[in-house]
Design a binder for this molecule. Structure first.
Ligand code: ADP
Ligand code: MG
Length: 327
């Protein structure tokens, strides 16, 4: 309930678009792709138009990728692609293909076929509830990405069962950030900050300096915005998945929105959050979720499969912090 209220408030805020200029920086904030998105770039004569283009692009991506709209292209796939293969946009095809690949690379800890389970729990929505064990068991076999068949030539998606539903919620914000970074670079913008609901991308060096950006990671154990960790980075994405974003409590147990595709239940381990630092925001987003599911030891084992220099910061429920780095 509380979360729904938050979403509504943010939606109201979003409809009142915020655009401003200060200290030589132009910024724009809107509620789009299911979250509050902010883009900041250095002020120039074309900055306002570039920002406008960024948000038109985000709106376009939302009509393709949203799992919470009945009219998105993804919704059309989810309701019809079990009858016959459906030809889709380049973006949807690219993101589903990437999601399937990451699912394999993470031994299924991240799985884009998790849609039916996400809907069953409804966490963060009006209908959130603890499903019956039998409902979860019935949904589990369909929540594996092998049920999503892709035809690389025709760019068609086929769902092997009508019970298989695609959900891109754990990767779409990152993918959108990568797209906006590409758009900015094409427009000659070499320094920018993107914050899509905590999905951060810092492009180039800190505005008007030769310094790295400082990106803070919140301490999930604290109610306020106290930082647990801060990173000096440039040209990279920092994405965090945590138990404190969307959840409800029942009988003293916290049920949050990151599900273990193997059990169908919200992950229960000793972690409070996992942050991933890497060049691709889509990867950072999907892997923050996957590594949260895998936990510290299993992440250590799979990390060499990914980008060199990737950093993973684990904040444990007891407040302790560990970092892994892919050398
Ligand atoms: P947020 O988007 O809130 O920052 P995440 O990136 O971790 O958090 O994504 C969580 C969302 O991804 C859930 O709301 C659900 O839609 C979906 N999801 C949950 N568990 C998984 C999983 N194991 N694999 C893929 N998607 C998941
Ligand atoms: Mg994620």
């Amino acid at each position: 309930m509380k979360h729904c209220l938050k979403i509504i408030l943010l939606a109201l805020l979003g409809s009142l678009l915020i655009a401003c200029r200060h200290n030589g920086i132009s910024e724009r904030t809107e509620f789009v792709i299911g979250t509050v998105c902010t883009v900041k770039i250095p002020q120039t004569t074309s900055a306002e138009n570039i920002l406008k283009d960024c948000f038109s692009e985000l709106q376009r991506l939302e009509t393709i990728l949203s799992a919470n709209s009945n009219s998105s292209e993804l919704a059309r796939v989810n309701t019809t692609a079990h009858k016959k293969p459906v030809a889709v946009s380049d973006e949807l095809f690219e993101l589903v293909a990437l999601s399937k690949k990451i699912s394999e690379q993470t031994d299924g800890a991240f799985d884009p076929a998790i849609g039916a389970l996400v809907k069953l729990w409804g966490i963060g929505f009006e209908n959130e509830r603890i499903p019956e064990q039998a409902e979860i068991e019935a949904a589990l076999p369909f929540a594996v990405s092998d049920n999503i068949a892709l035809n690389m030539q025709t760019k068609e998606i086929f769902l092997r069962s009508k019970n298989t539903k695609i959900d891109l919620g754990a990767i779409a914000k990152g993918y959108a950030a990568d797209k906006i970074v590409m758009l900015l670079k094409k427009q000659g913008v070499h320094s920018a900050v993107l914050d899509f609901g905590g999905n951060v991308f810092v492009l180039g060096k800190k505005f008007f300096t030769d310094e790295d950006w400082t990106v803070g990671i919140r301490n999930p154990a604290r109610k306020n915005t106290e930082l647990a960790f801060s990173l000096k980075v440039n040209d990279t994405s920092v994405v965090t998945s945590g138990i404190y974003e969307r959840f409800f409590f029942k009988d003293g147990i916290r049920y949050h929105h990151v599900l273990d595709p193997k059990t169908g239940y919200p992950v229960r381990n000793n972690l409070a959050s996992v942050s991933v630092v890497c060049k691709s925001s889509a990867y950072a987003d999907a892997l923050a979720t996957a590594f949260f599911v895998l936990g510290y030891e299993k992440t250590k084992a799979v990390l060499p499969r990914f980008e060199k220099n990737m950093r993973v910061i684990f904040i444990f429920a007891d407040g302790s912090i560990e970092e892994l780095r892919n050398m």
